[in-house]
Design a protein around this ligand. Structure first.
Ligand code: FE2
Length: 152
């Protein structure tokens, strides 16, 4: 969990709370679904985050493979199958700047309590499925991508 805290600590500086919470929980599926942990985490977050955040969490395992698949006899470029996807670059950025970068032992962390208000804020929301938001509104509802945060 300390690793995830580092990932979301980095995100907190530049992205909005939903993605900070997504970073905190992006590996939560490891315990119950180690071979499908990305999809498990994405399913938990799905009703509370944008389509982009959901997709980034859902695909992060495959994209993170860029950093180690070649060490285990797999193709590190499997992520290229999504090259034309509108959230492709967001997932590359998430993995490069936050997921992979959080393995750095020199990165400062914060206690989980620091993130608790952010987690409550997201999960206290009315789930999108129960709201009247359109898919277009949902796609951009809660992220700072519009201000270029994904590329910063
Ligand atoms: Fe992961």
């Amino acid at each position: 969990m300390g690793y995830c805290v580092k990932a979301c600590r980095r995100l907190q500086r530049v992205w909005r709370i939903p993605l900070v919470v997504a970073a905190l929980l992006h590996d939560i599926g490891e315990t119950i679904a180690p071979d499908n942990h990305s999809a498990a985490a994405a399913a938990i977050l799905r009703p509370y985050v944008s389509d982009r955040t959901h997709w980034v969490v859902q695909q992060h395992g495959l994209f993170q493979g860029y950093y180690y698949f070649h060490h285990v006899g797999a193709d590190r470029n499997l992520r290229e199958m999504f090259r034309d996807h509108p959230f492709y670059q967001a997932c590359i950025d998430f993995c490069a700047k936050y997921d992979q970068a959080a393995f750095d032992p020199k990165i400062e962390s914060r206690p989980l309590e620091f993130f608790e208000p952010m987690v409550r804020r997201i999960f206290d929301r009315e789930p999108y499925a129960a709201s009247k938001m359109t898919m277009g509104q949902r796609a951009t509802a809660d992220l700072g991508y519009a201000r270029g945060a994904a590329s910063s």
